[in-house]
Design a protein around this ligand. Structure first.
Ligand code: TTP
Ligand code: MG
Length: 372
């Protein structure tokens, strides 16, 4: 058994879930003080077909939410400030907060730029108190980034995640083992993490509206209706979630994108830009021990219409030069040049992180299989 697993198999674990508050919008309000206290919407332009990535808490009062069309958000609050995302800024913050997490434990599972699980069962920081560690992590994040995070502390991932959501923003919530079942019993089924709209509707059709209803359904019935996920629902209803914090969870893709001050019309200039971007991303992912097996180019034209072109890479790449040919071909499959371009992005889908030479050989094999 790898050391990570044995460490995590102790009976009572201490899990912290950290999630930044209104992440993209908070970074914008930090960097542009005139936006503080105002409804800020980050995402597509209100006159585009884009969607809301997130919005400040001031904007949430108007009913604006993530994934809503930006045009809808505009109707809800025409006075809101609508901003395009600045991924570089969010990534920089993400790097800072992840460095803070790693000072508390190596068992950090990065879920997204702004969210992670930490297994601190064996951490000796703060005399081993997970709640004090969560408090200290929040303090360190604020000190380093001037941003607030919410933290949840509990004995498994499901409850830690639930806890971090309870007192947002700037919250800290502890769910003790003896409280877990009761909290889940009262939880509306639509608020279960991992239960989306479709599953929620199916659950309601079965008469399941909250956790206590779920607990009354037999394992057989749950498996019959939901397949393998049924087992997970069965355990969750009882406050049981044995999923480990996986520090090697691979990020599915790594990328960068830039919105230009002035739309580009020269294709050579676009390619040059893509190659430079790709070089930076490749360097980062190689540093982290990942290998790319696919590359995607994203082009947004001056009317905000957006296309992506993807290809699988036939061999491993380390050097930006290796990828420039692919980028040129992908760009050729768009109308860039004939049409002006306001945004260019490049991202790489990555294979599993390399643990050892043996794993490396395996990766080569997988890559060979993935060749078109
Ligand atoms: P979340 O943590 O879900 O949201 P949030 O941090 O903005 O707000 P909260 O205080 O409720 O945690 O997502 C983190 C970032 O991911 C968010 O700032 C923007 C991005 N995002 C999208 O781009 N699209 C989406 O649909 C969601 C949910 C998030
Ligand atoms: Mg968040």
């Amino acid at each position: 058994m790898p050391p990570d697993e044995s460490a995590q198999n102790s009976v009572t674990r201490k899990i912290i879930h950290i999630d930044m508050d209104a992440f993209y919008a908070a970074v914008e309000q930090r960097d542009f003080p005139e936006l503080r206290g105002k409804p800020v919407v980050v995402g597509g332009a209100p006159d585009s077909r884009g969607v809301v990535a997130t919005c400040s808490y001031e904007a949430r009062v108007f009913g604006i939410r993530s994934a809503m069309p930006a045009s809808h958000a505009y109707r809800l609050c025409p006075d809101a400030v609508f901003l395009r995302p600045r991924f570089e800024a969010y990534r920089a913050v993400s790097t800072e907060i992840h460095a803070i997490f790693h000072e508390f434990t190596d068992l950090v599972e990065a879920v997204s730029l702004d969210e992670a699980y930490l297994d601190v069962t064996d951490s000796q920081m703060q005399q081993g108190s997970a709640t004090l560690m969560a408090k200290e992590i929040k303090r360190r994040i604020r000190e380093a980034t001037q941003l607030t995070a919410s933290a949840g502390v509990s004995y498994n991932k499901f409850l830690a995640k639930l806890a971090s959501d309870r007192n947002k923003p700037d919250g800290l919530c502890l769910i003790l083992p003896e409280q877990g079942k009761e909290i889940i019993a009262e939880l509306p089924i639509g608020n279960f993490h991992g239960i989306g709209k479709a599953t929620e509707a199916k659950m309601k059709a079965l008469g399941v509206h909250c956790g206590s209803d779920l607990e009354r359904i037999s394992l057989e019935s749950l498996i019959q209706h939901f397949g393998k996920a049924g087992e997970h629902y069965y355990r969750i209803a009882r406050g049981i979630d044995e999923r480990l914090v996986n520090p090697n969870r691979p990020r599915k893709s790594w990328g960068a994108e830039t919105t230009f001050q002035i739309d580009l019309s020269d294709k050579d200039e676009m390619l040059e830009h893509l190659v430079r971007q790709a070089g930076g991303v490749l360097q980062k992912l190689t540093q982290k021990g990942f290998q790319a097996y696919g590359v995607t180019v994203k082009v947004k034209y001056d009317n905000f219409e957006q296309v992506t072109r993807m290809r699988t890479l036939g061999r491993l790449m380390g050097e930006p030069m290796d990828v420039s040919q692919h980028l040129a071909e992908l760009l050729d499959r768009t109308e860039a040049g004939e049409r002006k371009v306001r945004l260019l992005g490049v991202s790489f889908s990555v294979a599993e992180r390399l643990q050892s030479t043996k794993a490396g050989q395996l990766d080569l094999f997988v890559l060979a299989l993935r060749q078109p």
